[in-house]
Design a protein around this ligand. Structure first.
Ligand SMILES: CC(C)=CCC/C(C)=C/CC/C(C)=C/COP(=O)(O)OP(=O)(O)O
Ligand SMILES: [Zn+2]
Length: 436
């Protein structure tokens, strides 16, 4: 038998070079086609994405069994993607979705993966975010907040952390989903808050990122969850933020996309889990009135160019003669306001999302050769929005053209990074739950 030559969970050099070959080949094709074809390749295929999303939502009835314990998630992934694209669903689909999610609500509080299923924190978070993404006067009142509160209290462990479900596992995901739901529904109190920060703190690893549980490996998904929860409970400054920033900046690969953890492949969904960490850090620093130190200040003295279309060659290297991807950043200058530059390479990430993750027939995916799915569609679009809106002076202004790769019509709605809900819907929910 062959000895195990690679540590468990680590990608092989062969897997890594296959991904790089695919990506390099596509970027090379992009660089050699005429400008009109480049524009097409870099365009967000809105119409096809909407068609793909609506097909998924229409299938959510009892016959939809493929992800039976995940149906509130499917609702959230689709409705949030629609909201990012600035689209609404029609009244019939809206009613059916609200009715379906109400049937997932447990009589004792919280939402299960389908009607009659055991309530679970992940599907409770998904259902609440789905209903908020839908918005409107029927959707928000359908959430039984006092019962959700009872459910959250039942999930609270004496240690301060949360369990995913009755007698289920304790982890950072459970802490984030509980705190996120409680916060947006305006039911967060001292009892729910008690000691949750200590648990999250115990999950920050020697690498600087956050793991799912104490002693595990730092991962983008859990780093997002841990930091977002710490911001919500006002304890983010207890984390070693310098180490966390140091960890996350090195998760962006030469392909432009992010990996979830050290020595793993890039994947489109981490555009949000890791890209969202930068948006959280920016938000946190603006709350406490500081500016995060840019890792790369090369753009500091450059002037703004008003070109309407930012092309992928804007991210190519040196004299532009090579199509190969280099691990070095680009030499382009974007803004005079260095305090608002993102700490990651936003244009390179947009290039990865539009060229590699986007399926031109609609939907987005992990990487080339992988199939599209609703999870990746949601988190790739969320990451794209984070990129486009990462250079703003404030959250209400529109992105500058140079911040947007491809035609300006690619611009998506901005998200609230803590909840991953489109900003308008977040404000509507915040207002609604503040008065009721
Ligand atoms: C709100 C909520 C429920 C958040 C979930 C956050 C999240 C995405 C956690 C990731 C969990 C994890 C360790 C995946 C590794 O999968 P893998 O080994 O297949 O992937 P990898 O090779 O990219 O690490
Ligand atoms: Zn993924």
């Amino acid at each position: 038998m062959e000895p195990d030559t690679e540590p468990r969970g680590t990608v092989t050099q062969r897997e890594q070079s296959m991904v790089l070959n695919d990506v390099n080949m596509l970027y090379h094709i992009y660089a050699t086609v005429p400008p009109i074809a480049q524009t097409l390749m870099m365009e967000l295929q809105r119409k096809n994405h909407v068609e793909y999303l609506l097909r998924g939502l229409q299938q959510l009835g009892p016959s939809f069994c493929s992800l039976d314990a995940n149906r509130p998630w499917i609702c959230y992934w689709i409705l949030h993607s629609m909201a990012l694209l600035g689209e609404f669903v029609d009244a019939d689909l809206e009613d059916r979705t609200i009715e379906f999610l109400s049937r997932c609500q447990d009589p004792n509080g919280g939402y299960g993966g389908g009607p009659g299923q055991m309530p679970h924190l992940a599907t409770t978070y998904a259902a609440v975010n789905a209903l908020i993404s839908l918005g409107g006067e029927k959707s928000l009142p359908s959430i039984n907040r006092s019962k959700v509160y009872t459910f959250l209290k039942c999930m609270k462990d004496p240690s301060g952390a949360f369990r995913m479900h009755d007698a289920g596992e304790i982890d950072v995901r459970a802490c984030y989903t509980a705190i996120s739901v409680a916060s947006i529904l305006n039911i967060l109190d001292d009892e729910l808050l008690q000691n949750v920060g200590n648990y999250i703190l115990s999950c920050q690893t020697y690498e600087g990122g956050i793991a799912g549980e104490p002693g595990s490996e730092a991962h983008g998904g859990y780093t997002f969850c841990g930091l977002a929860a710490m911001i919500l409970i006002n304890e983010a400054d207890r984390l070693d933020l310098a180490a966390l920033i140091g960890w996350v900046v090195f998760r962006q690969g030469v392909e432009g996309g992010f990996q979830g953890r050290t020595n793993k492949l890039v994947d489109g969904c981490y555009s949000f889990w890791q890209g969202g960490v930068f948006a959280l850090l920016r938000r946190f620093h603006s709350i406490i009135g500081e500016s995060p130190t840019p890792v790369d200040q090369r753009g500091a003295e450059c002037s703004i160019d008003n070109t309407q279309t930012t092309t992928a060659s804007d991210v190519s290297e040196g004299d532009g003669s090579s199509d190969e991807i280099s691990s070095q950043g680009d030499e382009h200058c974007h803004f005079q306001h260095r305090e608002r530059e993102p700490l990651f390479h936003s244009i390179a990430l947009q290039r990865y999302l539009l060229l590699c993750s986007q399926d031109p027939r609609g939907g987005l995916r992990d990487k080339l050769r992988k199939p599209r799915d609703y999870y990746h569609t949601c988190y790739c679009l969320s990451g794209l929005s984070i990129c486009q809106h990462s250079w703003l002076k404030d959250e209400d202004s529109s992105p500058l053209p140079r911040a947007v790769l491809g035609p300006y019509s690619n611009v998506l709605e901005p998200v609230h990074p803590v909840f991953n809900i489109v900003l308008d819907r977040y404000h509507e929910a915040h207002e609604f739950f503040s008065r009721s």
